[in-house]
Design a protein around this ligand. Structure first.
Ligand SMILES: [Ca+2]
Ligand SMILES: [Ca+2]
Length: 182
């Protein structure tokens, strides 16, 4: 969406209006060609998340990948993966708890890792965890530009809501949050 100047300035001022480029149209199929939720993570993904946590100073990490999604986010025909890894201790926060969301963007050879979220607890606490925990809800092209957005439903001890994550300009960014944040 971008602002353009309307045709005629009035009283020396400028009228701005919002328009879309390309023209707005209704997508009849906003879904990616590939979209699969795996029942269990692959050994390669478990090893990848373990290495990630070790690099973030989690000693002897307990790898728990709660969602593994195979899809094609950028429409290049190469599989991409979304990994949602969470370990959260009930009642109190503990060293080694985490909520990590990674995207592995497939390349012609290998993949490139993008960090969507990396909340990690490195100390035991007498208080309840405040980790924000996501659920991957959908992969869909919300704005019709041909690149998929990731829809997340998330919550923590004080509230929750919906996030929209978009791939743009070589990286992922949060573009929308809707909900109650404490
Ligand atoms: Ca891809
Ligand atoms: Ca899009």
């Amino acid at each position: 969406m971008r602002a353009v100047r309307a045709s005629a300035p009035i009283y020396g001022g400028t009228i701005w209006r919002w328009t879309h480029a390309p023209p707005a149209r209704i997508l009849t199929n906003p879904l990616p060609k590939t979209l699969q939720s795996l029942d269990a993570p692959t050994p390669e993904h478990i090893a990848l998340v373990r290495d990630f946590l070790l690099r973030r100073n989690v000693a002897d990490p307990e790898v728990r990948i709660i969602q593994t999604v195979r899809t094609d986010l950028n429409g290049d025909g190469i599989d991409d993966w979304i990994l949602n890894a969470v370990r959260q201790t009930p009642e109190v926060a503990r060293n080694g708890d985490y909520s990590v969301l990674l995207v592995l963007l497939g390349q012609k050879s290998g993949f490139r890792t993008y960090i969507i979220q990396d909340a990690i607890t490195l100390e035991d606490s007498p208080y309840a965890s405040t980790l924000w925990v996501n659920t991957i809800v959908a992969v869909v092209d919300v704005d019709g530009d041909g690149t998929m957005e990731i829809v997340l439903n998330g919550a923590y001890i004080y509230g929750g809501g919906w996030d929209l994550v978009r791939f743009q300009n070589g990286g992922f960014e949060y573009v929308l949050f809707c909900g109650c944040d404490g």
